[in-house]
Design a protein around this ligand. Structure first.
Ligand code: CP
Ligand code: NVA
Length: 307
């Protein structure tokens, strides 16, 4: 049974198929209404159950629309309203119950380990909707968005500026799997974990870590960033923001990137912190398309899971 938890665990051929199928389904829908069902309705009679342990706007809505467009149904569960996580029912039993009702489960949770464990107990595929270590659905839609605007991502240069968080972890995995160059600029103490960088090195990834934001951004085809403080992070926020200040994506950064480089951000954003209004609202920004493509990339991920 398939699961979509780590980009690193899925072979390159399948990842490419997922992106190509997402593009092709999106093209075929041209002219259809947002909630119209794709003519082949591959999810007819099927149901996706989603559990969110953290807030979400994009993931929640885009999965719901994705399932509708595929002809299926989705159900969103709030952990406070079910036995899951309260101690009233073990994770194992909850997984067995959901396996009776759902064809696919999507989970947004805190600990990555928890998602891995939950998927072992489930008898249906699990899709990772964000953990402390990853956000694979986001990065798949970012690859799709990049290619829609700039062509094949292979050998292109992507720069990440800022916090070494869950989004950049999935981006590092993608750099290896999709063969692009990734330059990461993060300050001391906020770099991505060494294990993930070592994994990339072992797998011949072209991933560079620097403290210099201008060096990372130089000649890049895409500049990416994310909030400096992630959901639920219990840290000294002021100290972290101070350390990350030089990594803000602003005009100066965009000016050293390629002239036609794009700017991407998974959103939500803290405007004025990791990115200026001028950049996020500027002509190079791809953030709204990125959010839209969550629907299309996730449709393809769901289809892949059910094959
Ligand atoms: N990018 C993203 O996953 O956004 P949400 O937290 O709104 O789902
Ligand atoms: N790094 C952010 C991503 C939100 C989509 C967080 O985990 O809060």
């Amino acid at each position: 049974m398939r699961k979509f938890i780590n980009i690193a665990d899925i072979n390159k051929k399948d990842l490419r198929l997922i992106i190509n199928n997402a593009k092709s389904r999106k093209d075929k829908r041209s002219g259809l209404n947002k909630n119209a069902i794709d003519p082949d309705a591959p999810l007819d009679g099927k149901i996706l159950i989603m559990i969110f342990e953290k807030p979400s706007t994009r993931t929640r809505i885009s999965f719901d629309i994705a399932v509708k467009q595929l002809g299926g149904k989705s159900l969103i569960l709030n952990p406070d309203e079910i036995h899951y996580g309260t101690g009233n029912e073990s994770l194992y039993d909850t997984a067995k119950i959901l396996s009776q009702y759902a064809d696919v489960v999507m989970l947004r949770t805190n600990a990555h380990k928890y998602a891995e464990q939950f998927s072992k107990y489930l008898d249906v595929p699990l899709i990772n909707g964000l953990t402390d270590l990853s956000h694979p659905c986001q990065i798949m839609s970012d690859i799709m968005t990049f290619e829609e605007l700039k062509g094949p991502i292979k050998n292109k240069k992507i720069a990440w500026l800022g916090d070494g968080n869950n989004i950049v972890y999935s981006l590092i995995e993608a750099a290896v799997q999709f063969d692009f160059e990734l330059s990461i600029a993060s300050p001391k103490s906020y770099e991505p974990n060494k294990n993930i960088l070592q994994w990339a090195k072992k797998n011949n990834g072209n991933v560079l870590l620097t403290k210099d934001p201008l060096k990372a951004a130089s000649d890049a085809d895409c500049i990416m960033t994310d909030k400096w403080i992630s959901m639920g992070e219990k840290i000294n926020k002021n100290k972290k923001k101070k350390a990350l200040k030089p990594y803000q994506v602003n005009k100066k950064i965009m000016n050293v990137a390629n002239k036609d480089a794009i700017f991407m951000h998974c959103l939500p954003a803290s405007r004025g912190e990791e990115v200026t209004n001028e950049v996020i609202d500027g002509r190079q920004s791809a953030v709204w398309l990125e959010a839209l493509n969550r629907i299309h990339a996730q449709k393809s991920i769901i289809e892949w899971c059910l094959k």
